[in-house]
Design a protein. Structure first.
Length: 203
């Protein structure tokens, strides 16, 4: 079983250029993140390893909260990362507030491919308190777009999960139904480009 990210999209455009042009409205699930002092490296910007942490965090946050992923050792099915990638277009640094944006790119019989874009920084007045709805749990892509659509995406990355039997480590025949339902919620939304109502939270 091999997984790789294509160098070109279906139109023949180099993927590096496609990813460089990603906008907030290309995604369906958002998490606002306050960068930490320890995120900076000696050159004064977020270290590359921090982006891997952020990718891992937003994906698993969604899976746990919206796709019934059990991480307490009580499930017979676990997800293993078999491929990861990241493309960097500009730097970010502490103390910026930034936006993590996620979508599901493909769902297979036992595998799922995710993409994460990182945008920002926000200006002080563009905090979640002014962007989120009164409940603080949902937002609209148009709100993020209004503040961040003029920015070039800072990083686009992601990884591929293969879900396997916890004991044998062999791929499952089918994804658990609760997991597939949760994934479909943002996969189908991404496919149909109906991103009016999406989930937003803070880290």
């Amino acid at each position: 079983m091999q997984f790789a990210v294509s160098r070109f999209d279906v139109s023949g455009t180099p993927m590096a250029q496609v990813l460089k042009n990603r906008k907030v409205e290309d995604y369906s699930y958002f998490v606002e993140y306050q960068t930490q002092w320890s995120d900076n490296d000696q050159y004064g910007h977020l270290n590359n390893s921090v982006y891997n942490h952020l990718i891992d965090t937003i994906i698993n946050k969604y899976l746990i909260e919206h796709a019934s992923l059990n991480v307490k050792g009580e499930s017979s099915t676990i997800g293993l990362v078999v491929e990861s990638h990241a493309a960097f277009f500009r730097s970010l640094s502490f103390p910026s507030r930034i936006l993590l944006a996620m979508k599901v790119v493909s769902i297979g019989r036992s595998s799922v491919r995710y993409e994460v874009g990182v945008f920002g920084p926000f200006r002080e007045e563009e905090s979640s308190s002014s962007l989120a709805t009164s409940s603080g749990t949902t937002s609209r892509a148009s709100q993020w777009k209004d503040h961040l659509s003029t920015q070039q995406v800072a990083m686009v990355g992601g990884f591929t999960h293969v879900f396997v039997d916890e004991r044998t480590r062999k791929p499952v025949k089918e994804l658990p139904s609760s997991l597939r339902i949760g994934l479909n919620a943002i996969y189908e939304e991404n496919e149909s480009s109906q991103k009016d109502t999406v989930t937003q939270s803070k880290l």
